[in-house]
Write a protein that binds this ligand. Structure first.
Ligand SMILES: Nc1ncnc2c1ncn2[C@@H]1O[C@H](COP(=O)(O)OP(=O)(O)O)[C@@H](O)[C@H]1O
Ligand SMILES: [Mg+2]
Length: 598
């Protein structure tokens, strides 16, 4: 058996090049004039900051030369030089921040644009896609992708590019002022530093990845274990759980120690390269001073340049690693957006026109993967009829309701509503005409009122009251301290199954569609409440076509037609009394349930 991790690991990730191309669309949205201006301004500020920072060491050197004159120094000149030095330092910070300020909007707009596009796209993908993915994984992909954009933009634009620009400028300035050798030693020290850091970081990435996997593994284990709190208690499995968690934490401990050790190797190597560079530069400068070719101020200047260049490189390993990660994260997010939905509206798709709400299944076949679930299903629900579908669990009843809602398309055959094939109409027009109360209802982690009025925001309290009454949930709500403002908990966990079902019925009623589908919608209710709801539904149902998938046969006796589904085929159909008389599968099921009740 494959583990869940192995199954999900064959996901798609875009190449770095395509990722950057996708990213560009969000950095400079088509037709947007503000962003290009901001980008140009940011580069102007970057250029100014570089100029100032290259000039600063010279002011420093000048100050050192003046100071070393001792008593004979021109005090006024000294003040001017020191003042300029202070101003230059301020200028560096100022231009740096100005650049960040104008660019922040560009980066954040790109983050928002890409994240919202990905989010919208998630909702356009099919149910199959979502059933095969962990929801947490999807939000994490969007989250990380968005963070990746921010990181990549900020760090390439403001760490990598400036360092390179400064390196080149400093190289030229050193060459002109002190000769080729000074430029060569400084630039090659920095280049060796960069090369070394990238190489070692590559090696460290694998180690760190192991650490992150171990970390994620441990936290998944902990979350899963706590989510299953009750199950753990039922099986006295606290020790087993603790041991499993400890094992995961042990793996994290080991890989974290390894990761830290490898960081030391990076730091020692970097320190060594810089120390050697300084050694050579200072030696050269010392010789030149001894030979009278250089002043003490110059000695300070060449040192400062190397140190100034090397300072931002301190984070190079981190930046390089994060940029690589950002590209991966973004590639993953854009690959998700690249996924084509299985169910797409045709180009020429029409708006579904519902008159009576007649539903027709024409030889519908459907399979999940290789498993054939529906093997040629035919039936008709006439306008305004109440039709029940019954059959053993796993027969494909819920699948039928999902096909009508077009969560899936049939593999062959056709489904028609008022003689229009579902394939030829827009999904939104189809879905606005159908109210579904699904077998398992999940609630939003919000109030009861929010959950009932979901899909119809701004509903009046009168309307909400009305549907609450129709679904027999009104008394329950009245008895709550907070009434409609009661929070239902994550996925509605604070409500019982029956309460959730009644809220789901209420919100479907509020939608007031032409076609209702109840998929074992009252299975968790007691017979008395079920009867009450049934009565209110009957009043409504005359105008609507209603498809009821039922487990308890007693609730569907009065249906215009009962379809008995067995093994993916319609085994029998007819009214309750007809089916009883024909003594087939239905009659058998009926007998069994009667015995069970009596
Ligand atoms: N998303 C899915 N992927 C694979 N198999 C599925 C999926 N959904 C349902 N099935 C399978 O299809 C069969 C019919 O399911 P369903 O229509 O839910 O049955 P029921 O008649 O009990 O409502 C079941 O055997 C079920 O295991
Ligand atoms: Mg079902």
């Amino acid at each position: 058996m494959k583990s869940a991790e192995a199954i999900s690991s064959n996901e798609k990730i875009l190449t770095p090049l395509r990722t950057l191309k996708e990213l560009l669309r969000f950095v400079i949205p088509v037709g947007n004039k503000e962003m290009p201006i901001r980008i140009i301004l940011a580069f102007i500020f970057l250029f100014l900051a570089t100029l100032v920072s290259v000039y600063t060491p010279f002011l420093y050197g000048k100050a050192v030369d003046l100071v070393s004159q001792g008593k004979s120094v021109n005090i006024n000149l000294l003040w001017v030089v020191i003042g300029s030095y202070a101003l230059a330092r301020l200028g560096q910070v100022f231009f740096d921040e100005a650049k960040e300020f104008v660019f922040a909007r560009v980066a954040q707009k790109a983050v928002r644009g890409a994240a919202v596009q990905a989010f919208k796209h998630m909702h356009s993908l099919s149910l199959t896609f979502h059933l095969n993915r962990q929801t947490g994984g999807l939000t994490r992909a969007i989250d990380r992708g968005a963070k990746g954009i921010e990181f990549l933009l900020r760090f390439t634009a403001f760490e990598i590019v400036p360092v390179l620009v400064e390196l080149i400028t400093v190289g030229i300035v050193l060459w002109i002022t002190f000769g080729f050798m000074y430029a060569a030693v400084t630039v090659s020290t920095v280049l060796i530093y960069i090369f070394y850091t990238i190489k070692v970081t590559e090696w460290r990435i694998a180690i760190r990845r192991k650490m992150n996997v171990a970390d994620e593994n441990a936290s998944t284990k902990a979350i899963d274990s706590l989510l299953n709190y009750e199950t753990v208690k039922y099986f006295n499995a606290e020790t087993v759980e603790a041991n499993r968690y400890d094992l995961a934490m042990k793996q994290y401990e080991d890989s974290a120690v390894k990761a830290r050790a490898s960081l030391s190797i990076v730091n020692i190597g970097q320190g060594g390269i810089i120390a050697f560079g300084l050694f050579v530069i200072m030696g050269m400068a010392g010789e030149d001073i001894a030979n009278g070719k250089m002043s003490i101020g110059d000695f300070v200047v060449v040192n400062t340049f190397l140190l100034q260049l090397y300072l931002p490189l301190n984070f190079l390993g981190f930046v390089y690693r994060e940029i690589r990660q950002s590209l991966l994260d973004m590639g993953r997010m854009f690959a998700l957006v690249d996924q084509k939905p299985d169910i797409l509206d045709k180009k020429e798709a029409k708006i579904l026109k519902v008159e009576g709400g007649r539903i027709e299944f024409k030889n519908v076949k459907f399979s999940f993967g290789k498993r054939l679930i529906l093997k040629g299903v035919n039936f008709i629900v006439e306008p305004g009829q109440k039709v029940a579908i019954v059959g053993p669990t796993g027969a494909g009843k819920s699948t039928i309701s999902k096909l009508i809602f077009r969560f899936y398309d049939p593999s062959s055959g056709d489904i028609l509503i008022d003689n229009q094939s579902l394939r030829d109409v827009t999904q939104s027009s189809l879905r606005s005409n159908i109210g579904v109360v699904p077998q398992d209802t999940v609630m939003f982690n919000d109030t009861i009122g929010y959950n009932i009025s979901y899909g119809k925001p701004g509903t009046s309290i009168n309307e909400i009251n009305k549907v609450a009454k129709l679904s027999s949930i009104d008394k329950f709500i009245q008895n709550l301290d907070m009434g409609y403002d009661t929070m239902v908990g994550e996925r509605g966990l604070k409500l019982s199954g029956g309460e959730k079902q009644r809220i789901a019925i209420a919100r479907a009623l509020l939608k007031n569609p032409k076609i209702f589908i109840f998929d074992e919608a009252t299975s968790a209710l007691d017979t008395k409440t079920e009867k009450l709801i049934e009565k209110s539904l009957k009043k409504l149902a005359n105008k609507n076509t209603t498809l009821v998938i039922a487990h308890r046969l007693s609730t569907i006796i009065d249906s215009d037609k009962i379809i008995v589904l067995s093994d993916g085929m319609v085994a029998e159909e007819g009214t309750h009394s007809y089916l009883l008389k024909s003594k087939g599968l239905y009659a058998e099921m009926w007998m069994r349930q009667q015995e069970g009740i009596n």
